[in-house]
Design a protein around this ligand. Sequence first.
Ligand code: NAD
Length: 499
Amino acid sequence: MTHSSILTAAGLDLSDLSGGSLAVHTPIDGSEIARLAETRADDMSAVIARAQAAFRHWRTVPAPRRGELVRLLGEELRAAKAELGAVVSLEVGKITSEGLGEVQEMIDICDFALGLSRQLYGLTIASERPGHRMAETWHPMGPVGIISAFNFPVAVWSWNAAIALVCGNPIIWKPSEKSPLTAMAAHRCLERALARFGDAPEGLSQLVIGGPEIGAALVESRDVPVLSATGSTRMGNIVGPKVLARWGRPILELGGNNAMIVAPSADLDMAVRAIVFSAVGTAGQRCTSLRRLIVHESIHDDLVAKLKSAYASLPVGDPRESGTLVGPLVDEQARTRMLAQLEQARSEGGVVHGGEAVEDGVPQGGAYVTPALVEMPDQTDTVRTETFAPILYVMRYSSLEDAIAMQNDVPQGLSSCIFTLNLREAETFLSAAGADCGIANVNIGPSGAEIGGAFGGEKETGGGRESGSDAWKGYMRRQTSTINYSAELPLAQGVRFDI
Ligand code: NAD
């Protein structure tokens, strides 16, 4: 299929894809595939006003009825899975099965949110006063701004969108300027669901196209009470304080620097498969990609040998071809950064295997690389930095305590894991004295989370939680009510105030 036919198959109209100021390139061969009109910064106040008007209606629609919209979205996504997955591959370079997996994640969160629409449970609380009842109720918050990163161009939106919509909130989405086409195609699915739903207010879901300055309008507006931002820690450092300064609620999903501890008892064959998928999948461009491998000294050489041989046979190439496991980096800048980080690692004593630009047997114009395995003498500053590329730093440890200290000794706190068959080691890793991350796994890599759990991380990862479990509470306001059905007016704590 040509680039244009992939876009039209996903419901995009080619006449909307030219003549604008935002150039969109495919990482596959670097060619320009669209030139989009951008939302004007001075249109943003009208966009936000439309969302506020939609909120006044949507908050009164019963939550199970709001769930019906998300059910329809799930149906539309099921029907469009192949076409939307192909746009993910075209626009951000994911291999076919990962592009499809991203859409599957959207379908899964719609199912979850549909069930949730009948389970936005509050509490009843025992009152200390006779003839009184206390309750806790959850109410919609208002428009939710969603700023998303290029590497999960649609799944992260759907985590926010499906939950925000059942919680009674309109949504305004500013996707990455590197992946607006996938966003447009996904939004078409929601538009079809809205048409079938029938009576949703105009402006319930809006898509705005552009760079940071368009995102900034959402960040700065008091009429956008929840701002969910996914991207680099650098972006979160700007966005988080601004949202807090206007008393908004930020949900931040920022950079990760995820580690695996491999203990002496680990099933090494299983560990190798988990390591290679987590470190190399999505060309190392997942927030949860494995970047640090902390290996017990007794098995270090054996594991490194197995990894070197697995890395040697990894097929790098066009992400749409069956058999390819490593597609391109998002752009040339990402490749330059990767190669520079490897130089830096060498200067700190690292021994680098792989990590070279690939020009043969791949589409010309794309930024292809062989994944890098780097044996490091220590956890240096370079290792502590997130580089968004397939670089895996390997280090040794002698005691589990040291390994956990090393796992925690980075600024980020997203995902972590241990491979061990030893119950004491596994439980210590998961204990209060164990990994300090939002996600901690046993005998499974750090990437590829299911939507049922709350997703997010600590420290410079931003502290936000999205997706499953009770992450929905971040999109609602909690109201505590005391109801007096007696004929007396007793005060709490036995206070007397007789008049
Ligand atoms: P990025 O920070 O460059 O951009 C992310 C988004 O933020 C884009 O939409 C961008 O336009 C917007 N943005 C940037 N500066 C802004 C500002 N000052 N005001 C408002 N909006 C602004 O990130 P990226 O390169 O697209 O994505 C890669 C990064 O995202 C990595 O660090 C990765 O770890 C992180 N990420 C984190 C998660 C997570 O859930 N923790 C998920 C995916 C990606």
